[in-house]
Design a protein around this ligand. Structure first.
Ligand SMILES: Nc1ncnc2c1ncn2[C@@H]1O[C@H](COP(=O)(O)OP(=O)(O)OP(=O)(O)O)[C@@H](O)[C@H]1O
Ligand SMILES: [Mg+2]
Length: 410
């Protein structure tokens, strides 16, 4: 069995020599001649037990124990057993030492059997405490893994439920808005005919004037209703495209259609505040899970909008580069600090207020893009803005596709 390490601390060299002679055969010994040295050595060699003299010039034994137990500073030592070595007359020190965090004490001059027996007990306690701490850490780790998985599940359930809801509403709205839009045309034509008839009717000039004004108003109403119906049609189309969430197979998708449908959904968040600049390249269809790609676009665009305080610009650029397409979303927002840039893809990392951001948008987007065999790049300058670039292969490789099939990110 490997020898255990004992740190022996005493300001009198002869006392250290005595301990050394007694313990040399069974343990690895490390010496310290004052309190400061004791703390340094405890940090360096992480002993399994410390034999600590109480009365020393400078930092005394009790202070050393207190410092050792401040776990923040001495990560390795909060559980190291400490045995105080005291003169008989220091009874009150022994009690105070135990209260400060020491585990036991022996009195000088010590008996060899006593010393060995107490060391063994202390070492056993130390082992048990270390094992407990290890198990506690493992449990803590398992708990936070579980919490992370649970939150991811909740988020994906939420997105799936949102997809279903949106799909349902879009489906229900599609027919009525279809016939309203189509009927507006007929409506306008029949009103025109009616107007022509009225113009030839034999009525007085006052009646004619009234009819003309009524027709003018009617035409304006028809125009604004047609515009309104057109807008609803666009929104329904946007909802339908977006809600392709549960489409499980890979399809050849028009990326621009996905971008447009996402913009439609976010339009109310941008309003007059954000100016959108689109530079679309001539892209072929891209093989991907359409609903998932829309989620990535939604997350990136939402982040861009959120990053802009007051007025600002968002630039969406698409282009083809070899066998990949690149979708860049640049904003003129607050930017991301060097330090945060390392963490933004971590699940739950958010700088947004409680209840506003879950910190999952980017980590989920990252997962989705990875499963498509692509990558997300980010460049940012604080106070200037941020660019996220999604690079997607035109064709998903077989492995990427299978992988995504087996473990889908919603
Ligand atoms: N375009 C951006 N500009 C500035 N900071 C950004 C931008 N995109 C992401 N971030 C930073 O990265 C963090 C993590 O983004 P992420 O999308 O993962 O979570 P979130 O937006 O905070 O919350 P959620 O997307 O879950 O609602 C954000 O809180 C923000 O600090
Ligand atoms: Mg986000």
């Amino acid at each position: 069995m490997e020898k255990q390490t004992i740190l022996i601390v005493d300001d009198i060299a002869m006392n250290l020599d005595l301990l050394e002679q007694e313990l040399w055969d069974d343990y690895i010994l490390v010496r310290a001649e004052n309190g400061e040295q004791a703390l340094q050595q405890a940090d360096l060699c992480e002993p399994d037990c410390i034999l600590l003299d109480v009365t020393m010039p400078g930092m005394g034994g009790l202070e050393v124990v207190k410092k050792l137990r401040e776990s923040e500073k001495h990560l390795a030592t909060p559980y190291t057993p400490v045995i105080l070595v005291t003169a008989l007359s220091e009874m009150s020190d022994q009690v105070r030492g135990l209260a400060a965090g020491a585990d036991d004490y022996i009195t000088k001059p010590w008996e060899p059997e006593d010393l060995h027996a107490r060391l063994k007990v202390a070492l056993r306690i130390g082992e048990l405490q270390k094992a407990l701490a290890r198990e506690r850490d493992e449990l803590q780790q398992a708990l936070s893994n579980l919490q992370a998985t649970q939150a991811q599940l909740l988020h994906s359930e939420k997105m799936a439920a949102l997809g279903k809801l949106v799909a349902g509403i879009a489906h229900e709205l599609n027919n009525p808005i279809g016939f309203i839009y189509a009927n507006m045309d007929h409506f306008s034509r029949y009103v025109g005919e009616l107007q022509a008839v009225c113009e030839h009717a034999s009525v007085g000039p006052e009646q004619k004037g009234r009819a003309e004004r009524a027709f003018q108003t009617l035409n304006r109403l028809i125009e604004s209703c047609t515009n309104g119906a057109q807008r609803i049609k666009q929104i329904v189309l946007g909802l339908r495209t977006f809600s392709r969430l549960d489409e499980a197979e890979v399809k050849a998708v028009d990326v621009h259609e996905g971008i447009e449908s996402t913009i439609t959904l976010l339009a109310h968040q941008m309003k007059d505040r954000i100016t959108l600049h689109k530079t679309y390249g001539d892209l072929p269809l891209v093989e991907c899970y359409a609903g998932q790609l829309n989620q990535v676009l939604m997350n990136l665009l939402t982040n861009a909008i959120d990053a802009i305080e007051g007025q600002g610009d968002v630039y969406i650029t698409t282009q083809i580069d070899g066998e990949t397409v690149q979708i860049a979303i640049r904003d003129t927002g607050i930017g991301i600090s060097e330090e945060n840039l390392q963490k933004i893809f971590d699940p739950f990392f958010t700088t947004k207020d409680v209840g506003k951001g879950t910190g999952l948008g980017l980590s989920i987007s990252y997962g989705i893009v990875q499963k498509h065999g692509g990558e997300i790049r980010v460049e940012s300058a604080q106070g200037e803005g941020t660019t996220f670039t999604v690079v997607l292969p035109l064709r998903m490789s077989v492995e990427a596709g299978e992988d995504a099939e087996g473990d889908r990110v919603e």
